[in-house]
Structure formats: structure tokens, C-alpha cells
Design a protein around this ligand. Structure first.
Ligand code: OOG
Ligand code: NI
Length: 454
């Protein structure tokens, strides 16, 4: 019998190998990592309470490994194979994101680990987009793009074999895992040589820069990696001095006492030299660096409120500088409760419950109201971190790195069924995951106090 290493161990190795590869490929990413580490260090020094909270919740050790990346693929076959590749690392497709409405001809999911232990170990995720060729207007161009995509194989033979082996064995041995990481990495590597000539590139580029990016290369190069920061406003401020050109505004909610969802910003994509077929030189911009700051996951009710307030602020923030944009956001989001107790009482955010020391020693407890139990210090609640993405923010990140504002919506609407058919599996609903985590932690906490779960 082969001894298998855990899927989570493979994910951890892979994310580290990917980070090393990207740092070597994009030196500015290395600078970004240093800047984020510096700001995180300073933030923790300034705010010992935050440091302690992160430490007790086991978040400090995962702060340094917190990364997500993004890729874009061109066909159902590629997407379905990626699903099998990510499964080797315990990553499953979570969430469906439609970006066509924001003028980006893709729909997407995030491959990520889902259980608590796996997330604590290494939460590495990959935002994965599928190009929607059907949104290309010109039939000739559409066929040309489909033909080019059909002729490429973005996976190595070794990767294909090891993916199949993972499925029959239920995992990989240590040596197989090593080889898998090496082979899988090839799919995400940058190539200076395009598979098409400059004219084809330019024709696709004229249709949409994203189409050229997906179609003209040997593989879906990783286009960014994203460390987690504890103070995104500060990193944004310091980026220019560190030689990075940040996008205009930080996406997502404003700075708050209780951070919600996800705030993101990026440095702009680099223009890189490309050799096109026929030996002509040109350039392509695709790769950038991003940072994220994560807050609590919102319930459906909280998310509706977030979407409404974001929608309201959009009319007022158009064209503003980041500072002014953040000021308007803060004003509009004054309507979003900003204490943990209110977020909980109004059912706006998800929490994880635990029995406290006092609770365990309390003996028989007459109280059954959860909020009262928290007030009495018998159980405690901590916010569940949002592990997913935001379509409006994602579109903002796409756009700033594709150049131009190109925010014209495509006529095609969300098409989750088509996406799942291409993927070969349904995507997991992220809200269900958070609700289950909250429910099971609360049940366990109440049970341990001898209170029947509600
Ligand atoms: C993905 C952009 C979206 C995020 O973090 O929301 C994204 C892409 O540019 O391929 O990465
Ligand atoms: Ni990203």
C-alpha cells in the first residue's frame, strides 16, 4: 500500500512553489510582499489587542500564507480538467460570479478548501474565470479564437497522469505529490512566446484585451497573487514610494471598526515583451499584484444591505480619488451596523460560537438566549472570516488591469448552468457553507452547556 500525503499538504506545497515562481517572474510582487509584511508588523505593534485576537484565533500563523491567485481559461475542457487538478489539493469550486454585466466577458468560480481545519492550515484559493466566447460579436473572430484554443493543451502529460492517479488512489504519495507540484506549476507559468502572430493578437485584442490574454498564449499564466494585509489603506498609500502604481480606488466596503467581507486593491499590470509567431516583437499587459483585507462573512440579509449601500455609493463615487471615494463610502455605510453585537442581533453576519472557561465551569444553566449567554460570558462568538470574492470588486480589479474603462455591459446575462456544465460539476453555495459552520458551532457550544440546541 502507498502511504498518501494529505490534499492539504499538497496545497501548501503548491502555493509556496507558486509564490516562489511568481516572485521570480514578477520582481514587483516580491516588493509588494515586503511592503505588506512591513505594514502588518507595524499594525500588530500598534494594536496589541488585534495581535492577541489573531493569535488566540490561530490567525497569526496563516496571515503569512494567505494568498489567492487568478487565472483565465478558454474552454470547457480546460475548466473541467482544472477542477480535477485542484481536487488533488483539496480545493473545490465555490460560488458563481458573473462579470459580463460589468463588461468583462467571463464567468468565474473560486477553487478553495472548505473545512475549518483545511482553511486554518492553508486557505489558498484560485479565482478561475472561463472566457465566454459566445459574447464575441464577430462570428469569424469567434471561430478563430475557438480554433486556436482547441489546438492547445495547457496541461503536461505528467500532470494529466498524476491527476488520474489521484482519482484512482484517492491521493498521492509523497514522491508523486512532489512531481505533481512541479508538473501542475507548468500550467500557470508565463510564456514570452505567443502561439499566434501579431495580427491575430491585435484582432483579438481589439475585440477585448481579455480575449487576447486568454487565447494567444500556451497556458493560463497566473496573473496575480494576493497576500493578506491588516491595513489596506496604509499599503495603498505606500505603494507609489515603493515603485508600484496602485489602481485608483480600493474596492469593496470602507474601513470600519468591524471589517466586513473583503477590501482589495492592486498595482497595475506590467507591459511585457512578447515574441509573436513569425518572429515579430510586441508587448502584452497581464500580470499584476493585488492585496486583500478580509472581514466577516455576511448572511444573505447582510449581503443585500451591502449591495444596496454599494449601489447607492456608486452614483456618488464615480471618478473620485481614493480619499474622496472612501469618505463617501464611509458616509453611506454609516447605515451598516458596526459592532459585533449588532451584526449578530440583526442577523447580518456569521459567527462561530465557543464555550468559555466560565461556561464549562458554570454547572446548571437556566439561560437559553444566545445573546444573554454571551453577555454572561458563558459562550463567546467570533466573526467568521469571508473566504470568497465580490463580483463588483472583481470587475474593478479586472478593469484596472485591462486598461481603459470598458465598463459597457454585455448583453449576455449570468449563466450558471452553462458554467457548471463546462465545469462538469455544480459549484458549492458559499452562504450554505458559512451557515453550516455557524450552526454546528452553536449547537456544539449549547450542547456542552447542557442546553438543548434551538
Ligand atoms: C481576476 C480578477 C478578480 C479578485 O480578487 O477579485 C480577482 C482576473 O483578473 O483574472 O482576482
Ligand atoms: Ni484577485
Amino acid at each position: 500500500m502507498t502511504t498518501l500525503v494529505s490534499h492539504h499538504e499538497i496545497r501548501d506545497r503548491f502555493s509556496k512553489a507558486m509564490s516562489a515562481m511568481y516572485q521570480a517572474e514578477v520582481p514587483q510582487y516580491e516588493t509588494l510582499l515586503e511592503l505588506v509584511a512591513e505594514v502588518n508588523r507595524e499594525t500588530l505593534e500598534r494594536d496589541p489587542e488585534l495581535a492577541e485576537r489573531l493569535a488566540t484565533h490561530d490567525e497569526l500563523n496563516r496571515l503569512g500564507v494567505e494568498r489567492h491567485g487568478a487565472i483565465r481559461v478558454g474552454s470547457a475542457e480546460e475548466l473541467a480538467m482544472l477542477r480535477r487538478l485542484f481536487a488533488v489539493m483539496g480545493m473545490v469550486p465555490v460560488g458563481y460570479y458573473d462579470l459580463s454585466e460589468a463588461g468583462v466577458p467571463v464567468h468565474s468560480t473560486a477553487f478553495r478548501p472548505i473545512d475549518d481545519e483545511a482553511l486554518a492550515r492553508n486557505p489558498f484559493r484560485v479565482f478561475t474565470s472561463l472566457l465566454r466566447l459566445e459574447l464575441i460579436e464577430s462570428p469569424e473572430l469567434r471561430e478563430r479564437a475557438a480554433g486556436i484554443l482547441a489546438a492547445r493543451d495547457i496541461f503536461t502529460t505528467g500532470a494529466r497522469e498524476l491527476i488520474a492517479l489521484n482519482e484512482t488512489q484517492g491521493g498521492l504519495s509523497d514522491e508523486q505529490a512532489e512531481r505533481f507540484v512541479e508538473e501542475a506549476l507548468e500550467t500557470f507559468r508565463w510564456h514570452r512566446d505567443a502561439t499566434v502572430d501579431l495580427d491575430t493578437y491585435e484582432a483579438l485584442h481589439a475585440e477585448h484585451r481579455l480575449i487576447a490574454d486568454v487565447v494567444c498564449f500556451r497556458g493560463p499564466h497566473i496573473n496575480h497573487l494576493t497576500p493578506r494585509t491588516l491595513d489596506i489603506d496604509e499599503v495603498q498609500r505606500r505603494m507609489p514610494a515603493a515603485g508600484m502604481n496602485p489602481k485608483e480606488v480600493i474596492e469593496g466596503p470602507p474601513r470600519r471598526a468591524c471589517p466586513i467581507l473583503l477590501r482589495q486593491t492592486s498595482f497595475k499590470a506590467l507591459e511585457e515583451p512578447i515574441r509573436f509567431a513569425g518572429d515579430r516583437q510586441g508587448t502584452h499587459t497581464a500580470r499584476f499584484g493585488e492585496i486583500e483585507q478580509r472581514g466577516v462573512a455576511l448572511t444573505a440579509k447582510g449581503r443585500t444591505l451591502y449591495d444596496r449601500l454599494l449601489g447607492e455609493s456608486r452614483r456618488r463615487t464615480a471618478g473620485l480619488s481614493n480619499e474622496a471615494h472612501q469618505r463617501v463610502l464611509a458616509e453611506v455605510f454609516a447605515d451598516f451596523p458596526d459592532t459585533e453585537a449588532e451584526l449578530r442581533r440583526q442577523g447580518l453576519a456569521f459567527f462561530e460560537y465557543r464555550t468559555t472557561e466560565a461556561g464549562r465551569e458554570a454547572g446548571a444553566i437556566a439561560e437559553t438566549e444566545v445573546e444573554r449567554l454571551i453577555e454572561q460570558g458563558l459562550i463567546m462568538a467570533r466573526p467568521i472570516t469571508y473566504e470568497d470574492f465580490l463580483p463588483v470588486s472583481a470587475a474593478g480589479i479586472f478593469q484596472s488591469n485591462l486598461g481603459g474603462d470598458g465598463s459597457e455591459a454585455y448583453a449576455g446575462h449570468a449563466n450558471r448552468e452553462a458554467f457548471e456544465e463546462a465545469l462538469g460539476a455544480p459549484v458549492t453555495d458559499e452562504l450554505t457553507l458559512y451557515a453550516e459552520r455557524e450552526r454546528s458551532s452553536l449547537d456544539a457550544a449549547l450542547t456542552s452547556l447542557g442546553i438543548p440546541p434551538v
